[in-house]
Design a protein around this ligand. Structure first.
Ligand code: URP
Ligand code: ZN
Ligand code: ZN
Length: 441
C-alpha cells in the first residue's frame, strides 16, 4: 500500500485554514494535523506555501446526454479527465429516462456508460415523466444508495416536465426516504406566454431565448417549490438558480438548498448580443448584472449552498449562429473551469477560502450523502485533494483545456488551476498536459 506524507501545506477546511501535514495511505487519509511524524521510509512531499483543498464535487454535470438538436460534447471519457484537470475529483451526473424505461433501467444504462470515467461518479435519478410505477421504485433505489432525484417544471415539449401537483406527489415519496429532490425551476406557463409572441413575430435571435424565459419564471417556480417543500417536508435542491428574486424567495424557505453556476457568476445576458450569442444559450438563460451581483452576495454570505457547473457543452457546429433560438441545443461547458475561475476571483478579492471549500466540496458531500467519504480532509476520508500555488493565477490557460468543447465562454478570465490533483490517493498527473492521464480505473 502506498504511503505519502504531504508536509506543511495550508489546508483549507470548511471550518478554517490550518498549516498541517497529511499522511495518505492507499486511497485514504490516514492522519492529518500539525507536525505529523511517521516512519523514515515514508516518502515526503513538501507543500509549504501551497494551499490544499479537498477535491471538488461537482453536483451537476451532463456527460454525453441527448438534448434536442445534439448530444453534449463531453462524454464520460473526455469529461471526467477534464473535470480532474479543473480540480473536480467527483461528479454527480444524471440518468436519462427514456420512453418506457423504469428508473432502474435508466440508471443501469448510465452506470455502464460511466464506467469509462477517471474521476468518481455518482448519479441523480431523473424522474422526467410522471408515473406511479416510477414513484414505487424510489424506496428500492434508496436502499441501493441512490437517494437524490431530479425533475423539471418546464421542458414540456421535450416530454420532461411534471406539473406542480405531480412534483408534490414525487416530493412526498422522496421525503419518506429522507432523500433530496432536485428541481429545474422555471415556470413553464410563464415561458409559454412569453415565447408565443416572439415565435408569431418570427423573432429567432438568441436574445429571445433570454427574453422568453424571464426572471419571473424562476420566481414563480421557486415560490411553488418552497411551498411544496414546506408541505411535504421534502428537502428540495434548486439547481442552477440565477436571479436576485429567485434567491430572495428561496432564502425564505428552510428546506431549500440552492445551487448556482459559473455562467451566471461571470457572464450576463449581454453575451446574447455578441457574434457568439448562440453559444451562450443555456436554460435558464444568462441574466443581468444586478442578478449577478446578488448571486455573488449569496455565494459569500452562505445563502447559496453549492456551485455546480451544469456542464452540458455543445460545439460550434451544434450551435450554428443562424439557428432559431428555440432550436439551439441548451447548455454550456464548465466542469473544468468552475473551480479555477471562482478560486482566482476569491483570491483576487480576498474572500474567505473556507467558503469555497464549503461550496465546492463540503456542502455537496453533505447534501448528497457522501460526506462519510468525501468533501472534507480528515482521517478515514478518501484522499481526494488539490495542491494549489496561490501565486499561479493566469489568463492564458485556454490551450490546456481537456474538454472536447471547441469554444470557451471564459477566455481571458483569470483562473488558477491546481498544480496537482490527487484522486483516492493517486496523483492524477504530475504534468497537467492533456493526454497523459486518461486512464480509466
Ligand atoms: O441548458 C442547460 N442547462 N442544459 C442542461 C439541462 C438542464 O436543464 O440543466
Ligand atoms: Zn436544468
Ligand atoms: Zn443541468
Amino acid at each position: 500500500m502506498t504511503r505519502l506524507l504531504l508536509k506543511n501545506g495550508t489546508v483549507i477546511h470548511a471550518h478554517g485554514q490550518f498549516r498541517e501535514d497529511i499522511l495518505i495511505e492507499g486511497e485514504r487519509i490516514f492522519a492529518i494535523g500539525p507536525n505529523l511524524s511517521c516512519s523514515s521510509d515514508t516518502p515526503n512531499l513538501d507543500v509549504s506555501g501551497k494551499l490544499i483543498f479537498p477535491g471538488c464535487i461537482d453536483p451537476h454535470t451532463h456527460m454525453g446526454i441527448p438534448i434536442k438538436g445534439g448530444t453534449s460534447a463531453d462524454d464520460f471519457l473526455s469529461g471526467t479527465p477534464s473535470a480532474l484537470h479543473g480540480g473536480v475529483t467527483s461528479i454527480l451526473d444524471f440518468t436519462v429516462l427514456e420512453n418506457g424505461q423504469s428508473l432502474s433501467e435508466s440508471l443501469d444504462k448510465r452506470l455502464e456508460l460511466a464506467s469509462q470515467s477517471v474521476c468518481d461518479v455518482g448519479f441523480h435519478v431523473n424522474v422526467s415523466r410522471f408515473d406511479e410505477n416510477l414513484l414505487d421504485e424510489i424506496p428500492r433505489l434508496a436502499e441501493q444508495g441512490f437517494n437524490s432525484f431530479k425533475t423539471f417544471t418546464t421542458y414540456r415539449e421535450a416530454g420532461m416536465m411534471l406539473d406542480y401537483h405531480e412534483i408534490e406527489l414525487l416530493a412526498q415519496r422522496v421525503a419518506r426516504i429522507e432523500g433530496v429532490l432536485m428541481v429545474h425551476a422555471e415556470d413553464d406557463a410563464v415561458i409559454q406566454k412569453r415565447t408565443a409572441p416572439y415565435l408569431a413575430e418570427g423573432q429567432t435571435h438568441p436574445r429571445y431565448h433570454g427574453l422568453s424565459r424571464p426572471a419571473e419564471a424562476e420566481a414563480v417556480a421557486v415560490q411553488k417549490l418552497g411551498e411544496i417543500s414546506d408541505r411535504t417536508g421534502c428537502h428540495i435542491y434548486i439547481v442552477h438558480l440565477n436571479t436576485a428574486r429567485g434567491l430572495e424567495i428561496a432564502s425564505g424557505f428552510e428546506r431549500l438548498s440552492i445551487e448556482t453556476c459559473p455562467h451566471y457568476l461571470f457572464l450576463t445576458n449581454e453575451a446574447y448580443e455578441t457574434i457568439d450569442g448562440a453559444m451562450y444559450v443555456a436554460s435558464p438563460p444568462l441574466r443581468t448584472a444586478q442578478d449577478q451581483e446578488a448571486l455573488w452576495r449569496g455565494i459569500l454570505d452562505g445563502r447559496i449552498h453549492t456551485l455546480g457547473s451544469d456542464h452540458c457543452p455543445f460545439c460550434r457546429r451544434d450551435k450554428a449562429a443562424n439557428t432559431p433560438f428555440q432550436d439551439i441545443p441548451n447548455g454550456m461547458g464548465g466542469v473544468e473551469t468552475l473551480f479555477p475561475t471562482v478560486l482566482a476571483r476569491f483570491l483576487n478579492e480576498d474572500h474567505d477560502l473556507s467558503r469555497l471549500t464549503e461550496l465546492c466540496s463540503f456542502n455537496p458531500a453533505l447534501i448528497f450523502g457522501v460526506n462519510h467519504r468525501k468533501g472534507a480532509l480528515k482521517a478515514g476520508m478518501d484522499a481526494d485533494l488539490l495542491v494549489v500555488d496561490p501565486t499561479a493565477s493566469r489568463s492564458d490557460w485556454e490551450a490546456n483545456l481537456i474538454t472536447n468543447l471547441d469554444w470557451n465562454a471564459y477566455t481571458g478570465l483569470p483562473a488558477l488551476f491546481p498544480e496537482r490533483v490527487m484522486r483516492r490517493g493517486e496523483w492524477v498527473t504530475d504534468d497537467m498536459s492533456p493526454g497523459i492521464m486518461l486512464r480509466a480505473k
